[in-house]
Design a protein around this ligand. Structure first.
Ligand code: C2E
Ligand code: MG
Ligand code: MG
Ligand code: MG
Length: 282
């Protein structure tokens, strides 16, 4: 009986694996098409000032409007994109769309400080990132001060001297840099001190169980103290409740992003949330 059981489990397992592999292969071949065929979408999620509640910036997040599977989130297709060597194409597409959209919003008089775009490790590694950014800004007439690039802590710590030079070049263009998912990687404090970074994004892992989890509260407090002493802006990711926002504010965190304010939504749905420059309504 045990043996039978084992065999069934095994058969089930391989079947599941094969199905998973098949799905990946299918996704991989249609991803090429998705990029050229305009199936990628850029959604935007607000970042707010915890003091005033005003939107200070937006993060651009990629989606894939798949003809059969519907709207796919990054966890479904970015691993496929990495394998297929398509990550840079996706990042460049999102960068360009986000710059274009930001320039439109600024031209329309919306009061926004920055547009944040995620930068994959491969984009930084492969080296054309500085030129791509320069071109995207020029093509869309966006001033560098309005663009922020996010690099995960893991990627930020992995990089070589060459990548450090690229980050410096990006900063020299006038854009800002944020470390994404901070607290989940293995930061060398020496390296962190040398990185030309303006902002730390406290990972959602340490926000999720606030205000109840004492350990997470201690970690969040430590990250905030670290950011303050390195003169970096701090933003908490994944804020879903008023209690979380209040505790983070009390701890000295200045900005937040999360479902409490808005999920990532298409550009048209962001507009009603934005304020015009000089508008006095609260
Ligand atoms: P991330 O850059 O850390 O982005 C934040 C993620 O947390 C987003 O997931 C967002 O939808 C989600 N999120 C925000 N607020 C909340 C909240 O209150 N609760 C919960 N449960 N989740 C929240 P999303 O859009 O699925 O993106 C996942 C990851 O995929 C991103 O994490 C980023 O690492 C990557 N990604 C997305 N777009 C791009 C892109 O254009 N290029 C690159 N290289 N990576 C991207
Ligand atoms: Mg991000
Ligand atoms: Mg993040
Ligand atoms: Mg995250």
């Amino acid at each position: 009986l045990a043996k039978d059981n084992g065999r069934n489990t095994y058969a089930f397992y391989t079947q599941a694996l094969t199905q998973h592999a098949r799905e990946r292969i299918a996704l991989e071949s249609s991803l090429h098409q998705a990029i050229s065929g305009r199936q990628l979408r850029v959604y935007y999620q607000p970042q707010v000032d915890l003091g005033t509640g005003h939107i200070i910036g937006l993060e651009a997040l990629v989606r894939w409007q798949h003809p059969e599977h519907g709207l796919l989130t990054p966890d479904r297709f970015l691993p496929v994109a990495v394998n297929a060597g398509l990550m840079i194409s996706i990042d460049e597409y999102v960068l360009n769309q986000a710059c274009q959209q930001m320039q439109r919003w600024l031209a329309a008089g919306f009061d926004l400080q920055h547009m944040a775009v995620n930068m994959s490790g491969s984009w930084l590694e492969r080296g054309q990132v500085v030129d791509s950014v320069k071109q995207a800004l020029a093509r869309n007439g966006l001033h560098a001060q309005y663009l922020e690039l996010e690099l995960t802590e893991t990627e930020a710590m992995r990089h070589s001297e060459l990548n450090m030079e690229r980050l410096d070049s990006l900063r020299h263009l006038g854009i800002s840099l944020a470390i994404d998912d901070f607290g989940t990687g293995y930061s060398s404090l020496m390296r962190l001190k040398r990185l030309p970074v303006n902002r730390l994004k406290i990972d959602r892992d340490f926000v999720r169980d606030l205000p109840h989890d004492q350990n997470d509260a201690a970690i969040a407090r430590a990250i905030i103290a670290l950011g303050q002493s390195l003169q970096m802006e701090l933003i908490a990711e994944g804020v879903e409740t008023v209690e979380q926002a209040e505790l983070l504010t009390a701890m000295g965190c200045t900005n937040a992003q999360g479902y409490l304010y808005s999920r990532p939504v298409p550009a048209a749905e962001i507009e009603p949330l934005l304020q015009h420059v000089g508008s006095t309504e609260e």
